[in-house]
Design a protein around this ligand. Sequence first.
Ligand SMILES: Nc1ncnc2c1ncn2[C@@H]1O[C@H](COP(=O)(O)OP(=O)(O)OP(=O)(O)O)[C@@H](O)[C@H]1O
Length: 298
Amino acid sequence: MIIKGLNKKIDSNQVLSNIQLTVPKGVICGIVGRNGSGKTTLFRTIMGHYQKDSGEVLIERNDIALYERYKEKIFYIDTQFHPLDYLTPVSIGDYFQLLYPSFDIPMYHDLLRTHNLPPRRFQKYSKGMQGLLLVILSCCSNCDYLILDEPLDGLDVIVRKQATDLLLDVVNDGDRSIIISSHNLAELEKLADQVSFFKDGTITQTLHLEDQKAVTKKWQFVFRQKAVPDLIKQQGTILSIQGRVVVVVFKKYTNELANQLLSLDPVLMEELPVSLEDLFIEVFSDRTIAKEEITNEK
Ligand SMILES: Nc1ncnc2c1ncn2[C@@H]1O[C@H](COP(=O)(O)OP(=O)(O)OP(=O)(O)O)[C@@H](O)[C@H]1O
């Protein structure tokens, strides 16, 4: 799937601004951003629930707004409109069989049993049960692209593991892809191959997690003096300061920077593993505020 120059204004608010995104086959693509940054609007606009102002969403080079059959390759449920509330899992299965020609009904019933999902209305399910059922539905749809809006948020650790295992199975054969938004960065990190950062109505960058982790470094320093050296403030994003212990992430770490840091002669300089949460803070933190706080620490 290729999204090119997608724009959407709602009530004079430019919610989506020139969205560019490529979702290769067999890839889990995470979408992260602050609350209200436009992730759900992006999904609704991809599906045509919101009319786009301009741009296109291409599958196999075909604009899905013009060719409905390509849109059928995408699984998406907008749960905020409660479309399943009055249905039981069995009737939901029947409904999805009509919606998606390749829906795997035996697999669906099998998964309902394996995960002990009871035959009551969707509305009466707990949040975790609802989340798991949605993930099961998406997997059984056999669609080429699954769009999942915060499917893991609010699930307990056991259900989350069940859901992530199902999703990883989907991309195993390399033909299907998942676009998934989440505020649960630790969980997303285990799943996603690439993560797109949504900021100010647009995707500001897409990071391939393995590649990015190879060039990003996180260090914990202790310096003799209380003031944080200027080099650290200029080159890194400070994640925390506790007493004289400073934790910093450097997005582009070079040998030259390594030598400069060593020349600061820290009492302690210890490398820590980089997480998606660190990258998120690096992208979204207001570094000027961080610097002011650091100045006050002096
Ligand atoms: N139907 C609508 N009418 C008016 N404003 C809307 C509508 N849909 C979305 N918006 C606005 O668009 C912006 C983006 O909202 P959206 O729900 O897409 O964000 P989000 O990134 O999914 O947020 P969250 O992480 O909190 O779920 C918000 O300012 C929201 O108020």
